[in-house]
Design a binder for this molecule. Sequence first.
Ligand SMILES: Nc1c(NC[C@H](O)[C@H](O)[C@H](O)CO)[nH]c(=O)[nH]c1=O
Ligand SMILES: CC(=O)[C@@H](O)COP(=O)(O)O
Length: 170
Amino acid sequence: MASALQNLSTYDESNIPDAAELTIGIVVADWNKDITHALYEGCLSTLLQHGAQEDKIHVVQVPGTFELPAAARILSSRENTDVVICLGCVIKGETQHDEYINNAVAQGLVNLSIATGKPYIFGVLTPNNHQQALDRAGGQHGNKGVEAAVTGIRMGAFYRQRPTRQGIRF
Ligand SMILES: Nc1c(NC[C@H](O)[C@H](O)[C@H](O)CO)[nH]c(=O)[nH]c1=O
Ligand SMILES: CC(=O)[C@@H](O)COP(=O)(O)O
């Protein structure tokens, strides 16, 4: 559903597991910093609100959205990482550059999820202009970082519930 119809900061709190046990990676792109840092603030406050422990949240900054999958993979290679949340904002320019980045990152994160068996969350805005980005980074359509955090908690908790063999998770 489009952000105009489904506010990005609105969710059913009764449906969110406790995040206290989760080890969470967050990767934040520096490009369009005013936007991505607002996504980060929304994401972090939502994680903490649902019980996530600060010492189990590992944050890295990367130059741009294109770098999100590589950094996410490095974070997730730590055995105890349950989920990696990726935050970025690619604003359309004059050329198709944005499409190459967005498609590569979306596909890259899906591929990583399948290849590693761990969840990677696509907290990337793909607006046509700066105003559309502001509207989705704490503005009239809510905050994509909040949505990414809620999705991260749900998927991270699901990952932790995966079956075990002889007490060892696989
Ligand atoms: N134009 C935007 C970029 N471009 C930079 C790339 O993400 C990348 O860092 C560069 O191509 C080197 O690999 N990144 C964004 O996050 N947002 C943009 O609008
Ligand atoms: C969205 C981008 O990557 C941007 O920096 C490229 O802009 P342009 O298409 O005008 O070169």
